[in-house]
Design a protein around this ligand. Structure first.
Ligand code: SAM
Length: 348
């Protein structure tokens, strides 16, 4: 385990020989705790409608992007594609789309369960306890919702509430998910304008404190049509965290050291900035999960949360082939099971 000062020192470290030691330590911990297999999660971006105004995100409600919603048939078909590739889970992700009723999502969950038997992960934003309970009972296994930053002031700036006066508390959602028996996933953005090293160290400590089963971290990538893309308020006191692949690697490694049994992806944002080397780098520095995109090609480029998102012009087969090529190149292999988090299993 690492104390906060140590985490900050590592985040600021630029000595390559020292960093190689950090990565080596994280890689060993990864191997001892979760092994060499890599869990593949088929990502299906089921809708880009969003009621939110997140200051970082390209599909925020005010943006004039072409909106889409996948039909139930398209979603199930994409899940079957993931099944065909041998994946253990699909992730149904969307903007906060209130057109989807809880019953509709529950029906999709049941259908995918019946047709594929895969674990089902949801990433649909801040939902009520009642909805989360209904989806758990319908067969959902896991839920991903990043807290983005543990600094409440910064969070308020980048993530306004749905209506004035409402409070967004993603930690409350995470508590509900735990109570309902979900495998719980969260994470943070790296290099948000205004984010200090101290903030980022607190995020990593938070992962440990709330005992997350899945932890996704990725660099903030500015989107020109968002408040954070247009008017970023970077810190000028030398404490601003940069948003680049190297910083993401450090955070992946520190997260693995702090949370040895969690499932930790090498994220799409890292691949976007670092290409195949970025994806492989995330796996070599503590990661054990990849999320190949299974969204139909015609929708992919519309789910533009940031520009030039990796794989946005590819089809599912190409996304799959690229991931297998990366795994082969580093001597790792895809897992064959459902890919439950060892952290979740050991708590149970
Ligand atoms: N609506 C759900 C939610 O908010 O959790 C899921 C979709 S949301 C687009 C998924 C994740 O995309 C967010 O948690 C955020 O961290 C990431 N994201 C959005 N805009 C980004 C950006 N400009 N750079 C990097 N990551 C971004």
């Amino acid at each position: 385990m690492l104390a906060k000062e140590e985490i900050i020192n590592w985040l600021k470290c630029e000595d390559e020989a020292e960093l190689a030691k950090l990565y080596d330590r994280a890689d060993k911990i990864r191997k001892e705790n979760v092994g060499d297999e890599v869990h593949l999660r088929g990502l299906i971006e089921i809708s880009n409608y969003c009621a939110r105004l997140c200051a970082y995100c390209g599909i925020r409600a005010e943006n004039k992007v072409t909106r889409y919603r996948m039909s139930k048939e398209e979603i199930v078909e994409s899940a079957l594609m993931a099944k065909k590739f041998g994946y253990g889970t699909v992730v149904l992700q969307a903007g906060e789309d209130y057109h989807f009723t809880a019953d509709y999502i529950a029906d999709i969950i049941k259908e995918i369960k019946v047709q594929t038997g895969m674990a089902i992960t949801l990433s649909l934003g801040e939902k009520s306890y009642k909805e989360l309970k209904q989806w758990k009972e319908a067969g959902a296994n896991r839920y991903l919702i990043r807290f983005e930053t543990s600094n409440p002031e910064l969070f308020k700036k980048i993530h306004p509430p749905l209506k004035e006066g409402m409070v967004c508390d993603r930690f409350e959602v995470l508590k509900s998910l735990r109570e309902l028996g979900y495998e719980v996933g969260s994470g943070a953005l790296i290099g948000i304008p205004g984010q200090s090293y101290d903030d980022l160290a607190n995020d990593i400590l938070k992962f440990k404190e709330i005992d997350l089963d899945m932890i996704g971290v990725g660099p903030f990538i500015p989107h020109p049509d968002t408040p954070l893309g247009k008017n970023p308020e970077y810190r000028t006191d030398g404490e601003q965290v940069p948003s680049n692949v190297d910083m993401a690697f450090k955070v992946v490694a520190l997260t693995r050291i702090m949370c040895p049994k969690a499932n930790i992806p090498s994220t799409t944002a890292v691949s976007t900035l670092g290409g195949a080397k970025g994806r492989a780098g995330g796996l070599a520095k503590g990661g054990n999960v990849i999320m190949p995109n299974m969204t139909p090609v015609k929708y992919r480029k519309l789910y533009e949360i940031y520009p030039s998102k990796a794989g946005s012009l590819h089809d599912a087969q190409k996304s799959h082939d690229d991931v297998i090529e990366t795994l082969t190149s580093i001597g790792r292999f895809p897992s064959t099971g459902l890919g439950n988090s060892k952290n979740y299993e050991s708590r149970k």
